[in-house]
Design a protein around this ligand. Structure first.
Ligand code: NAD
Length: 450
């Protein structure tokens, strides 16, 4: 079976590389010439664990091809996978221009029998609309469309693709179901369940999953605020809640609000679908509003921790990506906090292990300096703010931090620090959903840096 993947982004590149790794001859097609040329040179446009190894080895073995030309990849494919972006429009609706645009281009190059699968996250009804549009463009080709939403997590994408919790397939015929089962036989052989349903149910399943996870995050964030207000401890509460097998431990850690390319846009897309269908998703609507407000209010927490105006204070912000182990900054809390700090005349020094190039491309403000070196960002800082739970920040030497900083304020929006360790080094600790802990007399004398 030969596969063409249209769109070589997070989903398309990982899917294409993994299908090649599983033995399928695969063409990755992207309209971005620079991206395709750099992939041919073995340079990855995104950071994902293990991706580079499998891209390079399958490319060298001739099983994985990169092209900008539909004519180069589509005619020989038995399965075409659409993995193009589906960004959010200003009104919260889903922009399907790339999906339909790519579908129409694909339609012109079809030969033989082809199944066109939508892996992009698309609103209910898209698979059938795509079929109608493609049929108009090519009345004679033998093709069907199907829905196969992707559930991979950035940062763990290769592992998730190879061994997902389940594979969801939405098909309009038994013929498509049989071809998709063959496509995913390698995963099925290692015990991955394959759930077959209608295209509409498959499309909705993806939105329902992301909306539910976002709801869990929104819920624990609200409970965390309550803990903070009444001297509870969200870390103990979250652990105890998670031990209930009906609830489970995942997505029960509070934070600065969810971001990324999926949760914000998919919750809005789901809410809009509900409203349009006369079945409003009231819980999800509340989650969307709560999350936006949470990100807007991050700066208030920093101001409160600093006990006053942020003007002329130097603030080190650690973590700019929306989660660790990716270079993706789309909708990241940093995009809200950094400009807010700058607007209050703070001097911002921001660090991230992988995300500096991505954020510098979209956020350029004179009072924000991006530091490639973590210690550069801390030098002379009045306050340190942790926004993303990168492993690099989990094991900081707090004595060295104290020596590098001018002030003593630590705001930990991920609760990754040990408050005892931090306060023991003479620093003031402000986690979320926990009582602030004032500095203790440091064990060793510290020398404040310039
Ligand atoms: P992305 O922006 O990283 O990649 C999309 C790629 O498609 C880009 O490289 C772009 O150049 C290319 N493209 C657009 N139109 C094209 C066309 N006509 N022909 C060829 N190439 C074209 O997007 P992504 O993060 O991979 O997301 C893709 C889809 O998958 C979205 O619908 C998203 O919601 C969904 N999804 C994303 C994730 C994730 O973690 N990123 C997870 C599950 C599902």
């Amino acid at each position: 079976m030969r596969i063409a993947v249209v769109g070589a982004g997070y989903v398309g590149l990982v899917s294409g590389a993994c299908f090649a790794e599983l033995g399928f001859e695969t063409w990755c097609i992207d309209k971005d010439e620079e991206k395709i040329e750099s992939l041919k040179r073995g340079e990855m446009p995104i950071f994902e664990a293990n991706l580079e190894e499998i891209v390079v080895s399958n490319f060298e073995q001739g099983r994985l091809h990169f092209t900008t030309s539909m004519a180069g990849g589509i005619p020989q494919a038995d399965v075409v996978i659409l993995a193009v972006g589906t960004p959010e429009r200003e009104d919260g609706s889903v922009d399907l221009d790339s999906v339909f645009g790519a579908g129409l281009e694909v339609a012109r190059h079809l030969e033989g029998t082809t199944i066109i699968i939508t892996k992009s996250t698309v609103p209910v009804g898209t698979s059938r609309s795509l079929y109608r549009k493609m049929r108009e463009a090519n009345p004679v080709a033998d093709f069907e469309t199907a829905s196969n939403p992707e559930f991979l997590r950035e940062g763990e994408a290769v592992m998730d693709f190879m061994n997902p919790d389940r594979i969801v397939i939405g098909v309009a015929s038994e013929r498509s179901a049989a071809i998709l089962r063959r496509l995913y036989r390698p995963q099925q052989l290692v015990g991955v369940p394959i759930e077959v349903m209608s295209p509409e149910t498959a499309e909705l399943t993806k939105y329902a999953c992301n909306s539910f996870l976002a709801t869990k995050v929104g819920f624990i964030n609200d409970v965390s605020d309550l803990c903070q207000a009444v001297n509870g401890d969200i870390r103990q509460l979250g652990r105890a809640m998670g031990l209930d097998s009906r609830i489970g431990p995942k997505f029960l850690e509070p934070g600065p609000g969810f971001g990324g390319s999926c949760f914000p846009k998919d919750t809005k897309g789901f809410a809009l679908m509900g409203r349009d269908a006369g079945a409003p998703q009231k819980i999800v609507e509340a989650v969307i509003g709560g999350n936006a407000q949470r990100k807007r209010e991050l700066v208030n927490h920093v101001r409160a921790a600093c006990r006053g105006s942020l003007a002329d204070r130097r603030v080190a912000v650690l973590g700019l990506t929306f989660k660790p182990d990716t270079n993706d900054v789309r909708e990241s809390p940093a995009l809200e906090l950094l400009p807010a700090l700058a607007a209050e005349a703070a001097e911002v020094r921001a660090h991230d292990p992988r995300g500096i190039a991505s954020i510098a491309a979209v956020l350029s403000i004179r009072s924000i300096k991006y530091c490639a070196d973590l210690w550069d960002s801390l030098k002379g800082a009045d306050a340190l703010v942790i926004l993303t739970q990168w492993a690099d920040y989990r094991s900081l030497d707090w004595n060295l931090v104290r020596n590098a900083m001018r002030g003593t304020v630590i705001v930990d929006f991920r609760n990754i620090c040990d408050p005892e360790q931090v306060t023991g080094c003479g620093l003031d600790y402000h986690g979320i959903g926990v009582k602030p802990a004032p500095a203790k007399e440091p064990a060793q004398p510290s020398v404040a840096a310039e």
